[in-house]
Design a protein around this ligand. Structure first.
Ligand SMILES: Cc1ncc(COP(=O)(O)O)c(C=O)c1O
Length: 389
């Protein structure tokens, strides 16, 4: 039987459609009450300040600026990420430096980071990428941040709904980040744990930092749209700092509000699919050839992606065959040093990042979305079994 299983399908139903159309009917389309409500929901969920933006890339960019990254400052991140992470460093004028990843989780290897610091690298900030939704070792990172005095910008594009030692990603993890300068950045791109179509959220415990980011997100002017055009007495607004056009629309926020109400349910369904994949791969004896990522204790993933490492050296062949059989796949990620632009600009040598270099040729992401049926997971694993032969 020929089937088509997409790599991803967003969970949008009548509730979201009604939420969006009601904004269209309301006469207020951007930077208004829906954005405020969406931010308030994040504040309730994480206990921190929240600034809704046009993308996670915007959140990363603003985070680096408000945390004081200046042209020429070093910012360390992972090579196993989407280009947006390094693009944001470049946009802030920073100099990106890569640190190799752990074999099991594909998150930054904190021992290798410590080696870099011991050898004298002094970053202004480090961007840990919570790959596929599983948090990095934040306690180890916080220890290094205190010792070597750098800020932390969490790239949590994949990680809304994740926890580390029982604390939610984006909350600052109780005492762990409490004495450090930090922000967390989420993405609401359609395949992310919740979506607004396009969008992002910058969260921070530090109110001044969040307010600075808000100011910069709206051209650096002293009034948001609803203050300029809403029911307030006349006054002259002013540009007080460098600014960007990074605000979120009420149309997007309305979608986000509906999605936030379902976050736990969507997360549970993603977790079930992840569990089913792992069980089936094991039962079929495939889990050595097609090895899922390691799940570390005391960390709950957001289960954004189901990534396996294809161990027979034929990942591209598997990817092509699965696509030919109607199964959507992704590659997360080919390390950034393999991309021509980054390679030419920074001369990054794959041999300096042996784990990232190796896994770049192994990783394969299988379909995972909350509305995916058990039968579809079984079908995808069944196709993998056929390819094995
Ligand atoms: C790890 C990572 N960081 C940042 C981003 C950028 O997110 P956005 O598209 O919301 O700017 C993405 C997007 O896929 C991502 O996967």
């Amino acid at each position: 039987m020929e089937r088509h299983i997409p790599f991803f399908r967003p969970s949008i139903n009548e509730e979201e459609i009604e939420a969006v159309t009601s904004v269209l009917r309301s006469g207020w389309l951007t930077s208004g009450p829906k954005v405020k409500t969406f931010e308030d929901l994040f504040t309730q969920y994480l206990g921190v300040q929240a600034v809704a933006l046009s993308s996670c890339t915007a959140a990363l960019h603003l985070s680096l600026l408000v945390l004081g990254v200046k042209p020429g400052d070093t910012v360390i991140t992972s090579p196993i990420t989407f280009p947006a992470t390094v693009n944001a460093i470049e946009m802030a004028g920073g100099v990106p430096l890569l640190c190799d990843v752990e074999e099991g989780t594909l998150n930054i290897d904190m021992e290798k980071l410590e080696d870099l610091l011991k050898k004298g690298t002094r970053p202004k900030a480090v961007i840990p990428v919570h790959f596929a939704g599983q948090p990095c070792d934040m306690e180890a990172l916080a220890y290094l941040a205190k010792r070597y005095q750098f800020a932390i910008v969490e790239d949590a594009a994949h990680a809304l709904g994740a926890t580390y030692k029982e604390h939610r990603t984006g909350s600052g993890y109780g005492p762990i980040l409490s004495s450090l300068p930090w922000t967390t950045c989420f993405s609401f791109y359609p395949n992310k744990p919740t979506t607004t179509g396009e969008g992002g959220m910058l969260v921070a415990a530090d109110k001044m930092l969040a307010e600075r980011a808000r100011l910069m997100s709206n051209h650096g002017i002293t009034a948001q749209a609803w203050e300029r055009y809403g029911d307030v007495p006349f006054y002259h607004w002013e540009t007080v700092c460098q600014g960007f056009k990074y605000n979120m629309s009420d149309i997007s926020a309305a979608l986000g509000i509906s999605q936030m109400g379902k976050l736990e349910a969507l997360h549970k369904r993603r977790a079930n699919i992840d569990r089913l994949y792992r069980r089936l791969l094991k039962e079929k004896g495939l889990n050595r050839l097609v090895a899922p990522l390691e799940q570390k204790p005391h960390r709950m993933s957001a289960f954004h992606l189901f990534v396996v490492k294809v161990m027979d050296g034929k990942r591209d062949l598997w990817a092509k065959r699965l696509k030919d059989r109607g199964i959507g796949i992704g590659i997360h990620y080919r390390a950034l040093f393999y991309h021509s632009y980054f390679h030419q600009r920074y001369g990054w040598d794959p041999q300096s990042y042996p784990t990232a270099a190796r896994v770049s040729h192994q990783v394969l992401s299988l379909p995972l979305y909350p509305d995916m049926k058990e039968k579809e997971v079984e079908y995808a694993v069944g196709e993998l079994c056929q390819l094995e032969g």
